[in-house]
Write a protein that binds this ligand. Structure first.
Ligand code: FAD
Length: 401
């Protein structure tokens, strides 16, 4: 007979991704009795995120050097076709995180501040009994754990394991938009590493990745991240991501692809799912959503770590006070109107990028950005400052021109 156990805590956090790990750390630091669980038995596994961040986020979110894979100070945009443009700064502009190290560090900090961290537990269901939440978790051997808590936080990412998908949108334009990504970790020769170190490189255009984009990021000396991502379009037949990533890798890495030093060290990937307007319920009674579970990921650049961390910074003090009335509006304010605009741009930009006409428009946008500084491009792509640097670009992106 599989065993049954139970425990009691103030806050149960389901999911030790960036949002859940950060929330557990913050609440434990404030002395709350927190339990953090994840279905993964080892947080080094399934490190699905390419994890590029602007440098300011390191300080803003109190992240330590040990979670950094490498730093970068250049943007390189390849395509449409063979056009290559780059923008360099003398200063580091950002980091590529070691996503597994980030999750391990957050869990470790939570533990050190007194939280209980339980791995290899899959949250199956939760319901409210009077003023308490009761959540049922299952291990792979079939044994179960019943957790009674004042609050349960669903930080399970796009899976939305406890909150479930948002109800069918009243307006179809705010349904869940899905992006699927695949990433390989590659060992390459020192000479190949040098060519891709220090920069974020993206390939853009329908001849590279229809309805999406590809990338190469530096992870650590001699190790690159190669990835492809695209919006899921039920109206079109889309080529398999496995074939696309191989093709993009061959084209970008050329002779290094079959070189002696070359090896695929890991393959991972996942889905990003977000509503564009973020009007879904953030809470059901004492069950609260966090991070990707309430659509904080932005689909323009498939970027969600910063926004997931923002959601925990907003939720932590509210949970401490036990008053969550203002959670959704405060989170909306913290993400800002630019977040929302860029989400809308994302859907138009990527879904329409499937032929020479769209490639031509994109090429014009990129040409308009050639005179920018690298810092300006960061402000555009991470700060969504379209009005400062992209006004000329916007009509094209929006399909008005
Ligand atoms: C291929 C790819 C590339 C990306 N690149 C970037 C990038 O460069 N920069 C960036 O900012 N963002 C990137 N993202 C997005 C980013 O990774 C996410 O937005 C971010 O991780 C969301 O954090 P989260 O904590 O909300 O959810 P997640 O990171 O998804 O964490 C959820 C956790 O919950 C656990 N879980 C799920 N279901 C259950 C359950 N039933 N029971 C228990 N545990 C459960 C999971 O194991 C996981 O650990 C990328 C995503 C993908 C897929």
């Amino acid at each position: 007979m599989p065993s049954e156990a139970s425990l009691r805590c103030q806050v149960l956090v389901v999911g030790a991704g960036p949002s859940g790990g950060d929330l557990a750390r913050r609440l434990a630091l404030q002395g709350l009795d927190v339990v953090l669980v994840d279905r993964l038995a080892d947080l080094s596994r399934s490190a699905f995120s390419s994890a590029a961040l602007p440098i300011a986020s390191m300080e803003a979110f109190g992240l330590p050097a040990e979670v950094v894979g490498s730093r970068w100070r250049q943007w390189q945009l390849i395509g449409p076709g063979t056009a290559t443009r780059s923008w360099a700064s003398p200063q580091p502009l950002g980091v590529v995180l070691d996503f597994a190290a980030l999750r391990r560090w957050q869990a470790d900090q939570s533990l050190r501040w007194g939280a209980r961290v339980l791995l290899g537990l899959h949250a199956c269901s939760s319901h409210q009994e009077s003023e308490r939440m009761v959540t049922l978790l299952r291990r792979s051997d079939g044994s179960t754990l019943r957790v009674t808590s004042d609050w349960t936080v669903d930080a399970s990412g796009q899976a939305r394991a406890l909150l479930g998908d948002p109800p069918p949108a009243e307006r179809p334009r705010d349904g869940l938009v899905r992006a699927a990504g695949l990433e390989w970790l590659l060992r390459v020769s020192p000479a190949c590493w040098e060519r891709w170190a220090d920069r974020l490189s993206f390939c853009l255009g329908s001849d590279w990745v229809p309805q999406g984009y590809g990338w190469i990021f530096p992870m650590a000396p001699g190790v690159l991240k190669l990835g492809v991502c695209r919006l899921v379009d039920p109206q079109r037949q889309q080529p398999p991501l496995g074939g696309l990533i191989t093709e993009v890798g061959r084209r970008l890495l050329d002779s290094d692809w079959d070189g002696d030093a070359f090896a695929v060290l890991d393959r991972h990937g996942g889905l990003v799912r977000s509503t564009i307007r973020r009007r879904e319920p953030h809470q059901r009674g004492r069950l609260v959503g966090l991070g990707d579970a309430v659509s904080t990921a932005n689909l323009l650049g498939g970027e969600g770590i910063r926004h997931a961390l923002t959601s925990s910074a907003v939720l932590a003090p509210l949970l401490q006070q036990g008053v969550l009335r203002d959670y959704a509006p405060q989170l909306r304010r913290a993400l800002g109107w630019r977040w929302s605009l860029s989400g809308r741009l994302a859907r138009r930009t990527w879904l329409n990028l499937h032929g020479p006409r769209a490639d031509g428009r994109l090429d014009q946008v990129l040409r308009g950005l050639e005179t920018c500084r690298a810092e300006d491009l960061s402000a555009l792509l991470f700060g969504y400052r379209f009005e400062r640097y992209g006004l000329r670009a916007m009509p094209y992106l929006l399909g008005w021109s």
